[in-house]
Design a protein around this ligand. Structure first.
Ligand SMILES: Nc1ncnc2c1ncn2[C@@H]1O[C@H](COP(=O)(O)OP(=O)(O)OP(=O)(O)O)[C@@H](O)[C@H]1O
Ligand SMILES: [Mg+2]
Length: 280
C-alpha cells in the first residue's frame, strides 16, 4: 500500500510531464502492476485469515471433547462434582469468542507493523544538516550575505553545480542573480537556508559562517518565494502567515502590502529565468 500510494502521488505530481510526453499508457501500466500486487497480497491475507477460522473451530471442538471426556470420567468417579464440570464448561464457552477474536488480531497487527516499520525508518534518519554545538542565534535587521569561493555538487550529479562563487549581497539593496536556465541560481539560493551545505568555501551573514548560526534563527530570517510555488489549502491570510502562526491581521496585511511591489516586478518580467534575493 505504501509503494502504491508513493507511486500514485508521484504520477499525479508530475501529471503535466506525463501528459506532455504522452506517457499516460506507461504510467497506467506501472500503476496497474502496483494495484495487482496489492490485490494479490490482499487475497493472500484474507485467505490466511479465513483459514484460521475453520482450523480454530476444529481445534476448539477437539479440546471441548477432551474436556467433556476427562471431566465426565472424573465426575463419574466422584472426584469432581457435576456442578464443577458444568461451571468449567460454561466458562470455557464464554472465553471462546474472545479467543477467536485474538487469533484474528495477528493479520491486522502484521499490516500495522509493516506500515510502522516504514514510519520508524523515517523517524530514525538523523538530519545531515543540523545546528552545531554552541551555535549562536542570528539576530540582525541589516544582514550582509557573502559567498566566498563556494563550490557545490548535488550527490547524484557528475559535475559541480557551483564553482568559484564570490559575491556580496549588501543590506538594504536588492541583489538579482541573472543567468541561463540551469546556471545555478536556485542552487545558490538553496544554500542560504542550508537546504544543502556547500562543498567548499564559505557563506557568511554579517561575517559569521551560516553553519555557526542555529538553523531556526537562520531560517527565521528568510522569506522564500521559490519558482515552484506551493499554495496550501487554507485561507490566503494563513498562507501569508505560514511561517508565523498566530500573526495578527495587521501584520498579515502589512506583509501583503510589502510584497506587492515585488509581485508586480515579477509579473512584468515573466519569461526571464532569474531569482530575486531581497535583503532587509
Ligand atoms: N536536486 C538536484 N539534483 C541534481 N542536480 C540538480 C538538482 N537541482 C538542480 N540540479 C542541477 O544543478 C544545476 C543548476 O540548477 P539550478 O536549478 O540551480 O539552476 P537555475 O539557474 O535555478 O535554473 P532555472 O533558471 O531554470 O531555474 C543544473 O545543472 C541542474 O540540472
Ligand atoms: Mg531556478
Amino acid at each position: 500500500m505504501g509503494g502504491l500510494s508513493g507511486l500514485l502521488s508521484q504520477i499525479f505530481q508530475g501529471i503535466r510531464q506525463v501528459k506532455a510526453y504522452g506517457m499516460e499508457g506507461h504510467e497506467e501500466k506501472r500503476a496497474g502492476k502496483a494495484i495487482d500486487k496489492v490485490r494479490s497480497l490482499n487475497v493472500k491475507a484474507v485467505r490466511v485469515s479465513n483459514m484460521t477460522t475453520p482450523v480454530n473451530e476444529v481445534l476448539i471442538g477437539l479440546i471441548l471433547m477432551g474436556v467433556i471426556i476427562y471431566g465426565g470420567t472424573q465426575a463419574a468417579a466422584g472426584t469432581m462434582t457435576p456442578g464443577q464440570l458444568g461451571a468449567f464448561l460454561a466458562a470455557f464457552i464464554m472465553a471462546y469468542e474472545p479467543m477467536k477474536k485474538l487469533s484474528r488480531l495477528t493479520s491486522g497487527l502484521q499490516m500495522g507493523l509493516g506500515a510502522a516499520s516504514r514510519v520508524f525508518e523515517m523517524m530514525d534518519i538523523v538530519p545531515a544538516i543540523a545546528s552545531v554545538d554552541g551555535a549562536q542565534v542570528l539576530s540582525t535587521r541589516t544582514p550582509e550575505i557573502t559567498f566566498e569561493n563556494v563550490e557545490f555538487q548535488y550527490e547524484e550529479a557528475d559535475i559541480k553545480a557551483l564553482k568559484n562563487i564570490n559575491f556580496t549581497a549588501k543590506s538594504g539593496s536588492v541583489t538579482a542573480l541573472v543567468g541561463p536556465s540551469g546556471g545555478g541560481k536556485s542552487t545558490i539560493i538553496n544554500l542560504i537556508p542550508r537546504f544543502y551545505d556547500a562543498l567548499a568555501g564559505s557563506i557568511r551573514i554579517d561575517g559569521v559562517d551560516i553553519r555557526h548560526y542555529t538553523l531556526a534563527s537562520l531560517r527565521g530570517h528568510i522569506a522564500l518565494v521559490s519558482q515552484d510555488i506551493t499554495i496550501f489549502d487554507e485561507s490566503v491570510a494563513e498562507n501569508i502567515a505560514y511561517s508565523r502562526p498566530g500573526a495578527s491581521f495587521e501584520e498579515i496585511e502589512a506583509a501583503a502590502k510589502a510584497l506587492l511591489p515585488m509581485i508586480s516586478s515579477v509579473r512584468c518580467r515573466r519569461g526571464m529565468t532569474r531569482f530575486w534575493a531581497k535583503t532587509a
